[in-house]
Design a protein around this ligand. Structure first.
Ligand code: GDP
Length: 527
């Protein structure tokens, strides 16, 4: 296959949802259809085994959440799907945001009884910022659900998004029979007896096909015809361009638990989800089909292998083709490395990456060399943009229980900051470190990791701080004046960039009012 063909067959996506909507179940079923796992239930079982292995992950085990995200690659028909998992708990949304910078589209899973929930809304907003195409999967149709028309209306109203049903449900709850495929005019019936069945659906010549009555009671046939007529009158026909631009979402109804609707979702993703496109770098647009490789680090994960204290840099390939052993330039440091040990992530295993193309994710074992946002190329000096760091909303002081270990703590914090696990600030005055997070659960995870991975017992203590802002100025003289006048409120982050630590809202506003020529940034682009 040519590079171009291979890239066109890639679908790199993430699932966004509110906890409990069915993301894990759907993931499992997608892998099952892709032949990547044999039995439903394995994703969770594997997750639990892995979690049980490592000490700090006890935090997530105890709270029943998943902190770590990973990549799952599988094939279906002629397409290769890279599904990037996102942590579900809202305290880890920062990690989720970064994962969303590495995908081309998203699947939004809703619980049919609940519609749009808080976390769905938040994550959708991130997709919207990037005009990302979103396919909707309304799950749990085998339970009592909201009316299908009301669900469509809710998506349209709350997300300001056009909707086009791709399938239409026949009944709900115990009475859920299946769906009518509005795009291909097929009847797809659910067989609840076998949860792992991969039903093909029944091809029909439209809704007037007399055979419809062979499969459904007459009153069902009548109401289906009526509803489909209504829905075709109310909703715009599917417009792929509007979907690709992020203005319209095609909606599938199903029941992941019963493997129902999963096949239709997959063929929808294959037929209309985007293949890897162009990505903006500071210097220029990079097209996925350019022959030379480029990519960026969007995630760093520690403890992939509990036997070694390893870190893995997850690299989204933006263009070209990766081959094992090729020389790649790490643009930030200017160093060139031969990459022999990159990994690919399958459903259950990792394997040595022999080859990969734009859209794929490779993992490079990393002993501290890479940071989130780093660009890799075959030599060109480009830097990809758009991976955000967020101003923390909670800040605590961290101290080693044994003061002699302060230096070690500094190194551990720097490493954790590079991984994106927290923001770390060193105030210009005083000896303490300040750690900032977006959600409070991150403090627990950090304390546990610093203790188990770096062997430094630490104490977190509350601070009077309200938030942090990265400070930038076009005129270095103004920046210097500001810094001289505000030393007590200043720190630097792990990259050495100055940060203003505000005690309260008023203090933040005053800083901004007094220094109109400075920028106080809530997010920092890692370049
Ligand atoms: P996540 O938190 O979004 O990953 O949700 P899970 O996949 O863990 O599902 C949450 C709960 O909903 C579990 O008990 C699932 O068995 C259940 N569930 C998932 N999909 C369905 C479905 O289609 N029908 C029904 N009845 N239950 C489902």
């Amino acid at each position: 296959m040519t590079l171009e063909e291979e890239i066109s067959n890639r679908r790199t996506f993430a699932i966004i949802s509110h906890p409990d909507a069915g993301k894990t179940t759907l993931t499992e079923k997608l892998l099952l259809f892709g032949g990547a796992i044999q039995l439903a239930g394995e994703v969770k079982a594997r997750g639990e085994r892995r979690r049980a292995r490592s000490d700090w992950m006890k935090v997530e085990q105890e709270r029943g959440i998943s902190v770590a995200s990973s990549v799952m690659t599988y094939s279906w028909q002629d397409s290769t799907f890279n599904l990037l998992d996102t942590p579900g708990h809202e305290d880890f949304s920062e990690d989720t945001y970064r994962v969303l910078t590495a995908v081309d589209s998203a699947v939004m899973v809703l619980d049919a009884a609940k519609g749009i929930e808080a976390q769905t809304y938040k994550l959708f907003e991130v997709c919207r910022l990037r005009d990302m195409p979103v396919v909707t999967f309304i799950n749990k149709m085998d339970r009592e659900a909201l009316d299908a028309f009301d669900l469509l209306d809710e998506i349209e109203q709350k997300l300001a998004l056009d909707v086009t049903p791709a399938t239409w449900p026949i009944g709900m709850g115990r009475d859920f029979k299946g769906c009518y495929d509005l795009i291909n005019d097929r009847l797809i019936l659910m067989q609840a007896a076998d949860k792992n069945i991969r039903s093909e659906g029944i091809a029909l010549e439209g809704l007037d096909d007399p055979r419809l009555s062979e499969y459904l009671p007459q009153d069902r046939v009548d109401s289906l015809r009526e509803q489909v007529e209504m829905v075709r009158g109310l909703c715009k026909p599917f417009d792929r361009q509007a979907y690709l631009e992020g203005h319209l979402t095609p909606v599938f109804f199903g029941s992941a638990f019963n493997s129902f609707g999963v096949r239709d979702l997959l063929s929808g993703l294959r037929d209309f989800a985007p293949s890897p496109g162009a990505q903006a770098a500071v210097e220029r647009q990079v097209d996925s089909k350019e022959p030379k490789l480029s990519g960026f680090v969007f995630k760093i994960q520690a403890n992939m292998d509990p036997k070694h204290r390893d870190r893995m840099a997850f690299v989204r390939l933006v263009s070209g083709r990766f081959k094992r052993g090729m020389k790649l330039k790490h643009v930030r440091t200017g160093k060139t490395l031969s990459v022999h040990n990159a990994q690919l992530f399958l459903a259950q295993d990792r394997e040595l990456a022999e080859a990969a193309v734009a859209g794929d994710i490779i993992g490079i074992p990393n002993h501290g060399g890479y940071k989130i946002g780093d660009t890799l190329t075959e030599g060109e000096e480009i830097r990809f943009t758009g991976i955000p760091s967020f101003a923390p909303e909670l800040m605590q002081r961290v101290r080693p229980v044994d003061p002699m270990r302060a230096k070690h703590l500094a190194r551990a914090l720097e490493q954790l900051a590079e991984e994106g696990a927290a923001s770390v600030f060193k105030p210009y005055l005083g000896a303490d470190w300040i750690v900032g997070v977006v959600g409070s659960l991150q403090f627990d995870v950090l304390a546990d990791r610093i203790r188990t991975e770096f062997n430094i017992p630490v104490r977190f203590e509350p601070t009077e701080l309200y938030t942090a802002r990265w400070v930038e100025a076009s005129d270095p003289k103004v920046l210097k004046q500001f810094m001289d006048a505000n030393r007590t409120a200043l720190a630097e982050d792990h990259t050495g960039q100055p940060v203003y630590l505000a005690r309260n809202h008023w203090h933040l506003n005053k800083g901004q009012d007094d220094w109109p020529d400075l920028k106080f940034l809530k997010t920092k682009q890692e370049v």
